[in-house]
Design a protein around this ligand. Structure first.
Ligand SMILES: CC(C)(COP(=O)(O)OP(=O)(O)OC[C@H]1O[C@@H](n2cnc3c(N)ncnc32)[C@H](O)[C@@H]1OP(=O)(O)O)[C@@H](O)C(=O)NCCC(=O)NCCS
Length: 313
């Protein structure tokens, strides 16, 4: 018995913030932001759109798509860096609000790579027999921990939530993960201050690391899955920056027919939420279909990363 993603859901905050609204505070321009990152607009959460409420909305959609009842969920894994409470986890409250039956529930901290870490854990829990259905949520409210006057981060980070239900499947729909970290570069993206953290980022160094190292990880992931770029239908990298996506696709020799996620254009960089949001968009737009093979690769603060090939529900 294998494991597969059975359903995907998303929640995008109602408020759309175009570049024009943020450029004055960082002495920038719409043109510069679009050229350097691909971002045109992003979603910013209102007071009622919390880490928990956005997660619950995305999770409900994922459960409905999967045809799984909340009571069938054995484990809830929440990937986030913007649940601003040391304890308890966001996962316990989200599990409760969903009407689940007291499942295992915990948060993981792997920044932008969090969702792919969660999928890897979920797949192994299901394959190992520890859980029947695992709900994996990637959620961020980065606007709360981003300095609107920081030129290096204010235009990049945004808010949203995405979720996936992982469950049993006759054929395995989630490949072995390739994951890791490079703690020597721990200080490149980090929050400063324990009580009201603010994100900082050394953008150029992150850009170099992601553009050069992540294509290799993507190819290793295909290799571990016994696949090549020719077997892929979709490429869904963390929506960090369109230029990083382009550099990776080039370095991997990705064929033109493979559909590439570009959710960043209207969503910004939503860290742990970016991959499920991008997947949801591709499915809705008809760029990804049931049964398609998608390479997911996420990377960020740590520096940490995780990648796997999944078959879409
Ligand atoms: C953030 C990022 C777009 C900045 O681009 P960059 O080319 O590295 O920018 P630099 O800091 O080297 O600055 C280059 C020039 O742009 C200017 N600049 C920096 N930020 C700016 C902004 N927001 N608006 C306008 N100009 C800006 C600088 O002043 C500098 O000008 P100069 O050449 O006249 O001195 C880029 O580093 C990046 O995308 N990094 C990866 C970020 C990322 O994906 N993070 C998520 C990982 S999970």
């Amino acid at each position: 018995m294998g494991a597969a993603i059975l359903g995907i859901g998303a929640y995008r905050p109602a408020r759309i913030v175009p570049n024009e609204e943020i450029v004055d505070a960082i002495d920038s321009s719409d043109e510069w932001i679009q050229q350097r990152s691909g971002i045109r607009t992003r979603r910013i959460a209102g007071p009622d759109e919390t880490v928990v409420s956005m997660s619950v909305a995305a999770a409900r959609e994922a459960l409905a798509t999967a045809g799984v009842e909340p009571r069938q969920v054995d484990c809830v894994i929440v990937a986030t860096v913007s649940h601003l409470y040391q304890t308890p986890s966001a996962a316990t409250l989200i599990a409760h609000e969903l009407g689940t039956d007291q499942p295992a529930a915990f948060d993981i901290s792997a920044a932008c790579a969090g969702f792919c870490h969660g999928i890897a854990l979920a797949a192994d829990l299901v394959r190992g027999g520890s859980a029947g259905h695992v709900l994996v949520i990637g959620v961020e409210r980065l606007s709360e921990i981003t300095d609107p006057t920081d030129r290096g981060t204010a235009f990049i980070f945004a808010d949203g939530a995405g979720a996936a239900v992982v469950g049993r499947s006759e054929s395995d729909g989630i490949s072995p993960v390739v994951w890791g970290s490079d703690g020597e570069q721990w200080d490149l993206i980090r929050s400063v201050g324990p009580l009201q953290p603010i994100l900082t980022m050394q953008g150029s160094a992150v850009f170099r690391w992601a553009s050069y190292s992540m294509a290799k990880i993507a190819l290793q992931t295909l290799d571990r899955a016994g696949l090549t770029v020719d077997d892929l239908d979709c490429f869904v990298p963390h929506q960090a920056n369109n230029r990083i996506t382009d550099a990776m696709a080039r370095a991997m020799g990705l064929p033109d027919r493979v559909k590439v996620a570009r959710d960043i254009v209207d969503a910004g960089n939503t860290s742990a939420a970016s991959i499920p949001l991008a997947l949801d968009r591709m499915i809705r737009d008809g760029d990804a279909r049931s049964g398609d093979r998608a390479l997911l690769i996420a990377f960020g603060a740590g520096l940490s990363y995780a990648a796997q090939v999944v078959t879409l529900p």
